[in-house]
Design a protein around this ligand. Structure first.
Ligand SMILES: *Cc1c(COP(=O)(O)O)cnc(C)c1O
Length: 402
């Protein structure tokens, strides 16, 4: 009878773009008393994490672990590569590009931003112009956000390396892979990336609190040439520790390490290529549903071109206040939490309520995605938001047939 009967009891699904769903194996691995940090299991376990992390980043080079979120990993990467007064070039395709640029400014660097808006990928021609205009090579590094989680734009990091080589510019290529690692294909060494940063709480399926920085020899040389590096952020002792505590600059993040061990086991048991292919299949199912809804209503994928869409997060526009109303409805009625629109409009602006995002990173499978899409369909129906038919069928067809 009543339209508002809640069917939210049962297992909830947090479909926001980080923190992501945590596997039971990760939760179980963390459920233990405080371990000794001076000897025993934790020491061996930590040593085993380093090669497995490098396999995920597809690098043979160095890895440093920080007790930090993604912002900390950003600062770590910058602290080892930039001196005050040096310049970084930041091609921005959403809020996170601007955020990393701001971090560089906070360390006294000049950030030259190329703003490509909130729905479009990098324009390689404009980046080439900026690099060519920098004849005396003042740009020390290019800060490249692979997937900007606010817009869900995915950028061509490999193409950016080709561009740097073509122009003959020696800047470091630094990639933010916080939303893409273990979701979208990323090949640090094959793509010629000098520094890659990520965090624990997205594709790596561990709670927020660990930051990772991968760096090659060129980046290591840049660090060695700096007049000083702040002690906590210095990656050298972390990547080549003589003592266990040097991995972490102090007490180890004990439980996160057990969780990370379990998560890396899941990733490597599945195989990183399969992890990427799974994310792609699920993303295409989501896009198929969104395209069907959009045939007859206001819902739109934020990124028009498939090649430029993340496989881990999808940003959508549906018009205000429907975006917020839909999030509230699915949360209250079916136990599904969708992400807010981030950086698409300022909080306080009524337009802010016109956006939402779906997180589909990490421990996500076909039935979760189909359930989530069915839930959105219910919300659109309950709220009388016009939408085209056949969305869940279209998604099921992608999952079934590819
Ligand atoms: C989540 C995210 C960040 C910030 O990470 P925090 O852990 O929230 O500090 C930065 N960049 C990208 C691309 C992200 O997805």
């Amino acid at each position: 009878m009543t339209k508002t009967l809640s069917v939210a009891q049962g297992r909830e699904y947090l479909a926001i773009p980080g923190p992501s769903v945590m596997p039971e194996a990760v939760l179980r691995a963390m459920h233990r008393p405080a371990p000794n940090i001076y000897e025993g299991a934790l020491i061996d376990l930590t040593a085993s994490l380093i090669p497995d992390l490098k396999r995920v980043a597809r690098t043979k080079h160095n890895a440093a672990i920080y007790i930090a979120n993604g912002h900390g990993a950003w600062e770590a990467a910058l602290s080892n590569t930039l001196a005050p007064g040096e310049t970084v070039l930041v091609p921005a395709t959403g809020r996170f590009g601007h955020g990393w640029a701001d971090m560089a400014r906070g360390l006294g660097a000049e950030a030259q931003i190329l703003d490509f808006g909130k729905s479009a990928p990098w324009d390689m021609e404009r980046i080439a112009e900026a690099l060519r205009a920098d004849a005396d090579h003042r740009i020390k590094a290019v800060l490249a956000v692979h997937v900007d989680t606010s817009s869900s734009v995915r950028n061509d990091v490999e193409g950016l390396r080709a561009l740097l080589d073509e122009v003959g510019h020696p800047a470091l290529l630094m990639a933010d892979c916080i939303a893409s690692m273990a979701c979208d294909r990323f090949e640090m060494d094959a793509w010629g990336v000098d520094v890659a940063v990520t965090g624990s709480q997205k594709g790596l399926m561990v709670p927020p609190g660990l930051g990772f920085v991968f760096f090659n020899d060129k980046a290591a040389a840049a660090r060695d040439a700096l007049p000083r590096v702040s002690r906590y952020w210095d990656w050298a002792p972390r990547a080549d520790p003589e003592f266990f505590y040097q991995y972490f600059g102090g007490t180890a993040p004990t439980h996160h390490l057990f969780g990370l061990r379990a998560a890396l086991d899941l990733i490597h048991d599945e195989g990183i290529d399969h992890v990427w292919a799974r994310h792609e299949r699920l993303a295409r199912a989501i896009w198929a549903a969104c395209e069907a809804w959009g045939q007859d209503g206001p819902l739109r994928l934020n990124v028009a071109g498939r090649a430029h869409r993340s496989h881990a997060v999808t940003a959508l526009r549906v018009g205000a206040p429907q975006g917020s109303a839909l999030r509230a409805w699915v949360s209250q009625n079916i136990g599904l939490t969708l992400g807010i629109g981030l950086g698409m409009a300022e909080p306080g602006d009524p337009a802010w309520h016109g956006f939402f995002r779906i997180g589909h990173m990490g421990h996500v499978n076909g039935h979760m995605v189909l359930g989530m899409l069915g839930g959105i369909e219910a919300g659109l129906t309950a709220l009388d938001i016009p939408h085209g038919p056949g969305a869940v069928e279209a998604a099921a067809a992608v999952i079934a047939m590819g």
